[in-house]
Design a binder for this molecule. Structure first.
Ligand code: SF4
Length: 344
C-alpha cells in the first residue's frame, strides 16, 4: 500500500494536477489550499468540499502537524523558543521574536546540519535529513497557532543550511508567499547561507524579492576556514564575487552576518580587513554577539570590542548594526535545545 503524503508538501498546481488525474475540477485545489492555510486540522472540516473528495483526500494525504515538545518563554523580551516534533520523531527548533516591525520567526530548514561551523550546536551529530517544504510551513503554522499571533516575518536562519535544501526551500517560499497560502510577502522573508556559492547564483536568478544574508564571520580565508569549513571549498573571493552578482542582478543589498568571537575575529585589525573587503558594496553588516554554546571553546567578544568594531566599519562607509540579544536566558543559540532532546 502506498503511504499517505503530507498535503502541505504540494503546491497549488500540483494539487490541481492531482485532481485532474482523478477526473475532478481544478478549482477545488484552490478551496483545499485555502482550508489548509486557514489551519484546518482535517479534510472533514473543509465544508465546501463534496464527501467523495474528502474521502479521496483522506485516502491519499494527511495534514502534517507538528507536536510542541517543549517551549521556553523569555519574560524579559517575549522570545519563545520551540522544539517541534514531526511524524518520524525528529525534532527541530524555531524561535518567535518580538521586533518593532512585527513578529518574526526563525525557522530550521534541516534536521541537523552538515556544514560543521565550529561555533554552532546544530552541527553536532551532522545532518539527519533535510526538511520538506510542508514541515517548514508547519513550523510557521504551529508557532502561530500556539502563540495566537500572526507571524509577519520569516528568517531561514535556524538549524540547517537552506541552500543545501534548495528545492524544498524555494517551494516553501512559493507556498508561503501565495495569496491562497500564508500570503507573507517575499520582502518579509530572509534566507541565510553559510556561503554555498553556486546556489547564490541560482538564487539571484530566481528573481525573488526575498532578502539574502550571508554568514561571513571572518575577513580572511585562514580564520574563516578554521571556523567555517565551507570556506575551504568556497573561499572569500569566490563568495564575494557571487554576492556581487546577486547585488547586480537583483539590485538588492546583501546582509553579512558577523558573529564576534573573543580573540578569534574581534580585533580592530579584523574590522579594518572587513572594511577593506566590503567597501563600496551594496551591503549591510550585522554584528552578532555570539551566544555561548555548551562544550564549545568559543566565547562572546567583550562589549567594548563590539562597539569599536562597529565604529571601525563606519569609517569605511559600511552600514552596520549590532544584533539585539534575544532570549539568551533560554538558550537562544541555534541547536542547543534540540541537542538536549537528542541526548535525552
Ligand atoms: S551555523 Fe548554520 S550552517 Fe553553520 S553548522 Fe550551524 S546551522 Fe549549519
Amino acid at each position: 500500500m502506498q503511504s499517505k503524503k503530507n498535503i502541505k508538501d504540494l503546491e497549488l498546481d500540483e494539487l490541481e494536477k492531482y485532481l485532474e488525474e482523478h477526473g475532478l475540477p481544478r478549482f477545488r485545489a484552490g478551496q483545499i489550499f485555502e482550508w489548509i492555510y486557514k489551519d484546518t486540522a482535517s479534510f472533514g472540516d473543509m465544508l465546501n468540499l463534496p464527501k467523495t473528495l474528502i474521502e479521496l483526500l483522506d485516502k491519499d494525504f494527511y495534514i502534517g502537524r507538528a507536536i510542541i515538545e517543549a517551549m521556553l518563554h523569555s519574560v524579559t523580551d517575549n522570545t519563545r523558543k520551540y522544539l517541534l516534533c514531526f511524524e518520524d520523531k525528529n525534532a527541530v527548533e524555531c524561535v518567535l521574536m518580538d521586533y518593532s516591525y512585527g513578529k518574526t520567526i526563525c525557522i530550521s530548514t534541516q534536521i541537523g546540519c552538515r556544514m560543521s561551523c565550529k561555533f554552532c550546536a546544530s552541527t553536532e551529530g551532522g545532518l539527519v535529513r533535510s526538511m520538506t517544504c510542508g514541515e517548514m510551513l508547519e513550523e510557521v503554522m504551529a508557532v502561530s497557532r500556539d502563540a495566537e499571533e500572526r507571524v509577519g516575518n520569516i528568517v531561514l536562519m535556524g538549524t540547517g543550511e537552506p541552500f543545501d535544501n534548495y528545492d524544498q526551500v524555494m517551494k516553501f517560499i512559493r507556498i508561503i508567499n501565495h495569496s491562497k497560502g500564508l500570503n507573507i510577502g517575499q520582502r518579509h522573508i530572509t534566507i541565510s547561507t553559510s556561503g554555498i556559492v553556486p546556489r547564490i547564483y541560482d538564487f539571484a536568478d530566481e528573481n525573488l524579492q526575498c532578502k539574502l544574508a550571508v554568514s561571513l564571520h571572518a575577513a580572511d580565508d585562514v580564520t574563516r576556514s578554521r571556523i567555517m569549513p565551507v570556506n575551504r571549498k568556497y573561499g572569500i573571493e569566490k563568495l564575494l564575487e557571487a554576492c556581487r552578482y546577486y547585488i547586480k542582478s537583483t539590485n538588492r543589498r546583501v546582509t553579512f552576518e558577523y558573529a564576534l568571537i573573543k580573540d578569534v575575529n574581534d580585533s580592530i585589525r579584523n574590522a579594518h580587513k572587513l572594511g577593506t573587503l566590503l567597501k563600496g558594496m551594496l551591503c549591510h553588516v550585522n554584528l552578532i554577539p555570539l551566544n555561548k554554546v555548551e562544550g564549545k571553546a568559543f566565547n562572546k567578544a567583550p562589549e567594548e570590542k563590539v562597539r569599536s568594531f562597529k565604529l571601525a566599519l563606519k569609517g569605511y562607509g559600511i552600514d552596520t548594526t549590532i544584533r539585539r540579544e534575544l532570549g539568551s536566558e533560554i538558550d537562544a543559540a541555534c541547536g542547543q535545545l534540540r541537542q538536549k532532546y537528542v541526548r535525552q
